[in-house]
Design a binder for this molecule. Structure first.
Ligand SMILES: Nc1ncnc2c1ncn2[C@@H]1O[C@H](COP(=O)(O)OP(=O)(O)O)[C@@H](O)[C@H]1O
Ligand SMILES: CC(=O)N[C@@H](CCC(=O)OP(=O)(O)O)C(=O)O
Length: 292
């Protein structure tokens, strides 16, 4: 390798230095979307980046989704996936499949990958962390309807997580909650669960990893990526329909998190190798950031 190439490598590390210094000891809440969990080889790369974060002194906390895998498991069981207002209609049969897919497959898969790269990780069922209350769904016509065992987070129990964080162990949490009063499991949208925990932990960053480069003016055109916006601009993009579908709960929860102690929210492509490190440790970043 030429001396120029070596110098370039050193420059990359030096560019990261101020970030490494300022992020040491901070909590980053990383939401790993089900859309970015389809290809295990790509997921492994994200998990390696998370191990890197942990090694340089950041406290990463992972909340994962799994919408696509849950829908596939439901289909296999002969059930059709139905969503109302972005929430899965979760019948008694469906909650069993949701729990099984999250707890038996997706959560242990991520934990294993983190361990494979030398990271210390602990799988934590969301029911051990989140306290939830049942919510209704809102149809396109504005009608409020029963959507089964779906909840919103109303509180969190942090002992298990704090214990893990104190021991430099990365908690990997599934999007389930224990119903207040009954203790029964509730299905929670993972974007909302991640934001609720980011607020409770006063995380410095909330990072959404999904299957798009970031927030875009035209979701079908990566060249229209928006590198940075403020909450007012994000509201405007929701009002004019630029932001739709699965991006709506992310933006709403991002804005709520920013109002409640989280310093920055990032939207990045979980399928792009090292997008996490590039977003965090470079000046320009690679996805979209929302700052107050
Ligand atoms: N303005 C936008 N910019 C980027 N993505 C958008 C936008 N509006 C809607 N989306 C959609 O949001 C999706 C991500 O949400 P979702 O499918 O729920 O992912 P995840 O499983 O990661 O939570 C993208 O695949 C994209 O189709
Ligand atoms: C109530 C509700 O809709 N829960 C979600 C939980 C998983 C999730 O949110 O996964 P993604 O992040 O991959 O979308 C679901 O059942 O699909």
């Amino acid at each position: 390798m030429s001396i120029e190439a070596y110098t370039e490598k050193a420059a990359t590390l030096i560019e990261a230095l101020p970030y490494l210094q300022s992020f040491r000891g901070q909590t980053f809440l990383i939401k790993m979307g089900g859309s970015a969990m389809e290809n295990p080889e790509l997921v492994k790369k994200v998990m390696r980046d998370i191990v890197f974060l942990e090694v340089v002194g950041v406290n990463p906390v992972v909340v994962h989704g799994g919408g696509k895998a849950i829908s596939a498991a439901m289909k296999e069981a002969g059930l059709e996936a139905e969503f109302i207002g972005g929430f899965r209609v979760t019948t008694p049969e469906a909650i069993e499949i949701v729990e099984k897919t999250l707890s038996d497959t997706l959560n242990p898969g991520l934990v294993e990958m983190l361990r494979e790269f030398g990271g210390k990780a602990l799988g934590v069922p969301g029911t051990d962390v989140f306290i939830g209350e049942r919510i209704k769904g809102t149809t396109d016509t504005g009608e409020r309807v029963d959507i089964g065992r779906v909840g919103q987070v109303v509180g969190s129990q942090q002992e298990k997580m704090q214990e893990a964080l104190n021991a430099n162990i990365v908690p990997v949490i599934s999007p389930l909650a224990s119903e207040l009063g009954t203790g029964k499991p509730l299905n929670v949208n993972a974007d909302l669960a991640a934001a609720a925990l980011a607020k409770d932990l006063r995380a410095a960053k909330l990072i959404y990893l999904s299957d798009v480069p970031g927030l875009m003016k035209d979701p079908s055109d990566p060249d229209t990526l928006i590198p940075s916006i403020n909450p007012e601009q994000a509201q405007q993009l929701m009002a004019d329909g630029t932001i739709s579908g699965g991006m709506i709960p992310k933006i709403n929860s991002a804005l709520d998190a920013l109002k409640n102690g989280v310093e920055k929210v990032h939207f990045i492509d979980g399928r792009q190798a090292h997008s996490l490190l590039l977003e965090i440790f470079t000046k320009s970043g690679i996805g979209t950031e929302i700052t107050k």
